[in-house]
Design a protein around this ligand. Structure first.
Ligand code: PLP
Length: 403
C-alpha cells in the first residue's frame, strides 16, 4: 500500500520535501498507523505541533461544532471565538490592555507580521541570530539564517544582520538607534534544540529597550507549554527579568494540529503600528482555527499538560542519560522539546532505525535527534522509547564504534 502511495506522491506532489518516510493514515493519542498497518509511537507530533496527540476528542468536538455553526467569515466580520482567543493569548502572555493580536495561518506568516510591525517603526534594520529559523516565505527567510536555504533565493529583504546566538557582546555591537527589531527564538528549534544561555534574552530586552528597538520572540516552536511553561521566555533563565517582549509569534502547537498562527504585540507602539489596511490575510482569525486553538489551550490547562511536559520531559531526559550509551553525549532542551546529542553524525541513521523499531523521531542536526512528542505522552510511553533506544543506537553506531 505505502509503496503505491509514494509512487503517486512522487508523480503529483512537488518534491520540496524529498521522499516521505512513511504514508500515515490514522492516529490516536500518541500513536499513528501507516498505510501498511504498522504502528508508531509519535515522538515528533507533526514537528512540535500536535500537543494533544492525534484525534483528541476535545479538539475533534471543537472543530466539528464550530464548523457546523460557522466555518469561515473573512476579516470583514468578527467572530466570538476569534475575540476570545485574542484575549486568552494576551492574558497568558501577561499583556495589558494595550496588547493586540494579529491572526494568521502559520509560523512564517506570524513572523512576516512581526517583520512588518518592525518596519513601521520607521527603521529598517533587523538583527536575527545565527542558527535562527523563522520560516520560508521571502520575508521570514530573510530573518532565517541557514545559508543552504537562503542562498538559492538571494537577493532577500535587505537590512537583516545575523549575530552569533547567545553572545551578548555581539548583540550589543549590532543593536543601535537604526535597529527596528531584534528577533530571537528562546530555544532554537531547527538549529538543533539549542536553548539561549541564561540571561541572554534579558540582555536582549535591555539592549533593545535602550536603543528604542523592538524585541520579537519567535515562540512558534517553543510556545503553548512545549518547554514546560506556557511560553519559553517565562522559564527561569530564559526570562526577561519581569519585562515583556514587544511581540511574540506563535503557530505550530497553538492549534493542536489545525493551522493557526498569531503575532501578539504586547507593548505600545508595537500593538498599534499595523493600522487599518496595513496587513491582512483571508483566513486570519478563521473561526474553526480559533476554536481549535481555544480547545487546545483549554485542554493544556485542564489536563495540566505544562506540568506533564516538565515531568515526562525529565523522565525522558533521565531515562536516556541513564542508559550510559557510548553514542549519547547528553540531552539538551527544555520540557518536551529535547535533543539527544550524539557522539557521531549519525542522527539520520538513528531516526531511520527508530522508525523501523516503531518510533517517530527527527534528525534535527547531523549529530542530534529531536524529540518533541505530544504533551499527552504518558510516562509508560516515554519508558517504551527509552527501553528500545539502546538497540536503536547500537545499530546506528558506526562500525568502528564512537571515537
Ligand atoms: C516552524 C517554525 C517557523 C515556521 O513556521 P511554519 O508554520 O512552518 O511557517 C518559524 N519559527 C520557528 C521557530 C519554527 O520552529
Amino acid at each position: 500500500m505505502s509503496e503505491q502511495w509514494l509512487e503517486r506522491y512522487a508523480n503529483a506532489v512537488m518534491g520540496t520535501y524529498g521522499t516521505p518516510q512513511r504514508v500515515l493514515v490514522r492516529g490516536e493519542g500518541c500513536y499513528v498507523w501507516d498505510a501498511d498497518g504498522r504502528r508508531y509511537l509519535d515522538l515528533l507530533a507533526g514537528i512540535a505541533t500536535n500537543l494533544l496527540g492525534h484525534a483528541h476528542p476535545a479538539l475533534v468536538d471543537a472543530v466539528g461544532s464550530q464548523l457546523s455553526t460557522m466555518g469561515h467569515v473573512s476579516n470583514f466580520f468578527a467572530s466570538p471565538v476569534q475575540v476570545e482567543l485574542a484575549e486568552r493569548l494576551v492574558a497568558l502572555l501577561h499583556g495589558g490592555g494595550g496588547a493586540r493580536v494579529f491572526f494568521c495561518n502559520s509560523g512564517a506568516e506570524a513572523n512576516e507580521a512581526a517583520f512588518k510591525i518592525a518596519r513601521r517603526t520607521g527603521r529598517s534594520r533587523v538583527v536575527a541570530a545565527e542558527g535562527g529559523f523563522h520560516g520560508r516565505t521571502m520575508g521570514a527567510l530573510s530573518l532565517t539564517h541557514k545559508p543552504a536555504i537562503r542562498e538559492p533565493f538571494v537577493p532577500l529583504v535587505p537590512g537583516v544582520d545575523h549575530v552569533p546566538f547567545g553572545d551578548v557582546a555581539a548583540l550589543e555591537a549590532a543593536v543601535d538607534e537604526t535597529t527596528a527589531a531584534v528577533i530571537l527564538e528562546p530555544v532554537q528549534g531547527e538549529a538543533g534544540v539549542r536553548p539561549a544561555p541564561d540571561g541572554y534574552l534579558a540582555a536582549a530586552r535591555r539592549l533593545t529597550s535602550d536603543a528604542g528597538a523592538l524585541l520579537v520572540l519567535d515562540e512558534v516552536q517553543t510556545g503553548i507549554g512545549r518547554t514546560g511553561a506556557w511560553f519559553a521566555h517565562q522559564l527561569p533563565g530564559l526570562g526577561l527579568d519581569g519585562s515583556l517582549p514587544d511581540v511574540v509569534t506563535l503557530a505550530k502547537g497553538l492549534g493542536g494540529g489545525i493551522p493557526v498562527g498569531a503575532a501578539v504585540a504586547l507593548t505600545e507602539p508595537a500593538a498599534t503600528l499595523l493600522g487599518a489596511g496595513a496587513h491582512g490575510t483571508t483566513f486570519g482569525g478563521n473561526p474553526v482555527a480559533a476554536a481549535a486553538a481555544l480547545a487546545t489551550l483549554d485542554a493544556v490547562e485542564h489536563h495540566d499538560l505544562i506540568a506533564a511536559a516538565v515531568d515526562v520531559g525529565a523522565l525522558l531526559r533521565q531515562g536516556i542519560e541513564a542508559l550510559g550509551h557510548p553514542l549519547v553525549t547528553g540531552v539538551r532542551g527544555a520540557g518536551l522539546l529535547l535533543a539527544v546529542q550524539l557522539a557521531e553524525p549519525v542522527a539520520a541513521k538513528t531516526a531511520h532505525e527508530a522508525l523501523d523499531a516503531g518510533f517517530i523521531v527527527n534528525p534535527v542536526a547531523p549529530d542530534a535527534v529531536r524529540l518533541a512528542p505530544p504533551l499527552v505522552l504518558s510516562a509508560d510511553q516515554a519508558r517504551e522509547f527509552t527501553a528500545a533506544l539502546p538497540g536503536i543506537l547500537d545499530v546506528a553506531t558506526p562500525p568502528g564504534g564512537t571515537q
